[in-house]
Design a protein around this ligand. Structure first.
Ligand SMILES: Nc1nc2c(ncn2[C@@H]2O[C@H](COP(=O)(O)OP(=O)(O)O)[C@@H](O)[C@H]2O)c(=O)[nH]1
Ligand SMILES: [Mg+2]
Length: 135
């Protein structure tokens, strides 16, 4: 057993479109547990810190504008291999090619507005959970 914690974010497009319930349902139905959760708005400073690895990318400004554009839901998900399991449920970054059955494949169309975030490694999960939940 490798019980892990990971950061889930329902991005502003997901909240605007009323998809919070649908996304949490998929996580819970899989067996992942919501250990902490809140509705919040990410400010620019936190957005730049959270997405720091993308600071030099051409899409960084667009990404920061987008993720700060409205309320998000942030949650700590727990469960067996939660980091990879949640990434698998989300699907690949670009929703256009994401397989049906994944959140991005079923619900998304535009790359910036890809509905959800999930930590991509144990190191990212630890860093991101500290940013949003303090530990
Ligand atoms: N406009 C644009 N946005 C991107 C691109 N690549 C990634 N993004 C956005 O930046 C976020 C972070 O990128 P990344 O960490 O690579 O993908 P993720 O881990 O699957 O969310 C993605 O979820 C998208 O919202 C791109 O090529 N163009
Ligand atoms: Mg990422």
């Amino acid at each position: 057993m490798t019980v892990e914690s990971t950061l889930l974010i329902v991005k502003p497009d997901g909240v605007r479109r009323g998809l919070v319930g649908e996304i949490l349902r998929r996580a819970e139905s899989k067996g992942l547990r919501i250990a902490e959760m809140r509705l919040t708005t990410i400010d620019r400073e936190l957005a730049q810190e959270h997405y720091g690895e993308h600071r030099d990318k051409a899409f960084f400004a667009e990404l920061v504008d987008f993720i700060t554009s409205g309320p998000v839901v942030v949650a700590r998900l727990e469960g067996e291999n939660a980091i990879d399991v949640w990434r698998t449920l989300m699907g690949p970054t670009d929703p256009r090619g994401a397989p049906p059955g994944t959140i991005r494949g079923d619900l998304g169309l535009v790359i910036t507005e890809n509905i959800v975030h999930g930590s991509d490694s144990p190191e990212s999960a630890e860093r991101e959970l500290k940013l949003f939940f303090g530990s």
